[in-house]
Design a protein around this ligand. Structure first.
Ligand SMILES: [Zn+2]
Ligand SMILES: [Zn+2]
Ligand SMILES: [Zn+2]
Length: 115
């Protein structure tokens, strides 16, 4: 039996490091983390990989990473992948702090002809 795609696993919330608190104290240092709602864990589809855009931190400056929604992890692209030539694997758009458009911030692209 092959494992179904999209199986959800719980990982430590990268945005707050598992504390469940807002790491930047935007509202208050005691406010709950907006990514995990204070639980310290988030669910991500397995298999997953570290988010290239935020380097697994879940945050871009003090904002939630738009690529992984602050989780710090993104689901793996199925099949063979290549490093994105636009951002050279960083997941960043060179002209802004936004995510690379070509790879949507993952730093990886499906290998040509596979999908
Ligand atoms: Zn959190
Ligand atoms: Zn991210
Ligand atoms: Zn890219």
């Amino acid at each position: 039996m092959a494992e179904r795609e999209g199986r959800m696993v719980e990982v430590t919330c990268s945005f707050c490091g598992g504390s469940g608190r807002d790491p930047f104290g935007v509202m208050s240092w005691l406010s709950t983390c907006c990514v995990c709602n204070g639980s310290g864990v988030v669910r991500v589809a397995a298999p997953y990989q570290r988010c290239a855009h935020c380097q697994g931190t879940g945050a871009i400056k003090t904002l939630t990473c738009t690529v992984c929604q602050g989780k710090g992890y993104v689901p793996c692209i199925p099949g063979p992948v290549v490093t994105c030539p636009e951002c050279r694997g960083t997941g960043d758009d060179a002209s802004s702090s936004l995510a690379c458009i070509a790879c949507r911030g993952r730093g990886l692209l499906p290998q040509k002809g596979w999908q």
